[in-house]
Write a protein that binds this ligand. Structure first.
Ligand SMILES: [Zn+2]
Length: 209
């Protein structure tokens, strides 16, 4: 698996493209796909860590190009279609999505569930981590080579966590931190803003942990 990241927009959000040969999954579609410079790639699905405007703004671009399913948690799904709920209006942006979306088809998924030609390319665990928003999710990918990569959205940043005053809850966030603390130290984490980190390092150095 190859992980490409694209930082885009006024909030400098990260979009990630996970490449498995010519097939891909996109995490948090917030960068026009033409800006990635990727050609001959077939995006099989887009996954949203949460429904804030800066992570969903290019869903329609991805959908119109690839007609792929767009997945988000049930709790955050309505944010895609409402610029007040997704807080775009707070930043002067009317972000709302026209493409259809789906809620995650399960919490334990495999590449086969997304129509990948290699049904064992990866397994994916959807980790529910409310706090930043009611339906914030982390995506833990485990590859064939047993590498563990987790996309944390705005739940976990390097040495920080996401704010809870944009529709979230600090009590939920505290429980989500406890959940991440119980997970393996060697998980590489890819936040929705800023650089990547490693969960074990965050457990020791993140002041919120
Ligand atoms: Zn956010």
């Amino acid at each position: 698996m190859q992980i490409l990241s694209f930082c885009y927009g006024l909030a400098s959000a990260n979009m990630y493209v996970l490449l498995f040969g010519k097939e891909a999954v996109v995490i948090d579609p917030c960068c026009p796909f033409s800006e990635t410079g990727l050609e001959d790639v077939d995006v099989k699905a887009a996954l949203c860590t949460h429904g804030h405007f800066d992570h969903i703004s290019e869903i329609d671009d991805i959908y119109s190009r690839f007609l792929c399913p767009i997945y988000i948690s049930k709790e955050d799904q309505n944010m895609l279609y409402d610029p007040i709920l997704n807080h775009g209006v707070d930043f002067g942006l009317q972000v709302s999505v026209s493409a259809p979306s789906s809620i995650f088809p399960g919490l334990d998924l495999k590449s086969a569930d997304f129509g990948f030609s290699d049904p064992d390319a990866f397994s994916l665990k959807i980790v529910s981590t409310p706090g930043h928003t009611p339906g914030s999710s982390c995506f833990l990918f485990t590859t064939k080579e047993s590498e563990k990569h987790m996309f944390t959205g705005d739940m976990l940043f390097m040495r920080s966590i996401g704010r809870t005053d944009l529709g979230g809850s600090y009590a939920d966030m505290t429980r989500s931190i406890d959940l991440l603390r119980s997970m393996d130290d060697d998980i590489v984490c890819y936040p929705g803003h800023g650089p990547e980190t490693v969960l074990g390092i965050e457990k020791r150095n993140n002041p919120y942990f």
